[in-house]
Design a protein. Sequence first.
Length: 334
Amino acid sequence: MSAPLRVLVTGAAGQIGYSIVIRIADGTVFGKDQAVQLVLLDVPQCATVLEGVVFELQDCALPTLHSVEAVTDVQQAFTGVDYAFLVGAMPRREGMERKDLLAANVRIFKAQGKALADFAKPTTKVIVVGNPANTNAFIAAKYAAGKVPARNFSAMTRLDHNRALGQLALKTGTTIGDVKNVIIWGNHSSTQFPDVTHATIKNQPAATVVNDNAFLQGAFISTVQKRGAVIIEKRKLSSAMSAAKAACDHIHDWHFGTKAGEFVSMAVPSDGSYGIPQGLVFSFPVTIDAATKEWKIVQGLTFDDFAKGKIAATTKELEEERDDALKACDDASI
Ligand code: NAI
């Protein structure tokens, strides 16, 4: 068993938290030979719930779980962490606009960015799940600058990526393993662009196999874009099981690397690729090198006018969110 990795989950008393901790603790994310020290953070009002989660994890009798601690103190939570799953945020409820949540979440992610800078390892890798995820990651990276590099911050669009895989498999009567290289561009919101231009199904171009352009440019995109809202409408709660699974896929691939010839979608600070403004946390197709654990944005992909329009719309939304968040940061009360 390798020396334990210290892994933080924030919002661990919440519904995604409940689904995610078992996968981290049981070796699904970091492997069956890797011990994990799990740190669970939530707000003080949830201390008792957290304790219940700790008891359940102890009762799972997991060989990979070196230790588990429940904390409500930010310094204790962030000290020495190798990986941080930043899930804790105010979730969007039915009928609530993302913008309504922005100011409250800026406050949380500014404080957590500072805590990462002050207490975490400089090599810490961060996934932000809490919405608005891209902009929260942007804010956390801004306040961790100088200690934790911006490229160690990411936001989750893997759930959208997985939803796109699922829809293509359903449409073509294939299985998930047959579908590869879908791309989610942009924001984890209804402006995201699920793109199948470079996707394959059983090694054939997805567009050829699907053979229904109206579907690919219509129902497919809107189903993926609006899936989160539909699930809230039906469950009265946001996606939790699928969100937890996607966060684990994201960190698993960051830790172990992507498979040869395959890419995954991950929101990362733009390096200017594809004309996306530098620093904007934008979902791109990435490959990850197993040895260095560094992501690289897939280069050289081409866009038609349809794709260009979609990418422009999600870029604009992200720029607006970023500007609103920066304004909120300047507010003395935040
Ligand atoms: P939840 O409400 O069940 O749990 C959130 C937890 O975070 C609560 O226990 C709350 O006390 C805690 N929390 C709030 N502020 C905190 C802070 N400052 N520090 C530590 N913990 C804090 O919500 P759920 O369903 O688990 O969702 C969590 C977040 O994930 C939401 O923002 C939701 O919108 C987002 N989400 C993102 C997805 C994505 O694809 N990026 C998909 C699904 C949900």
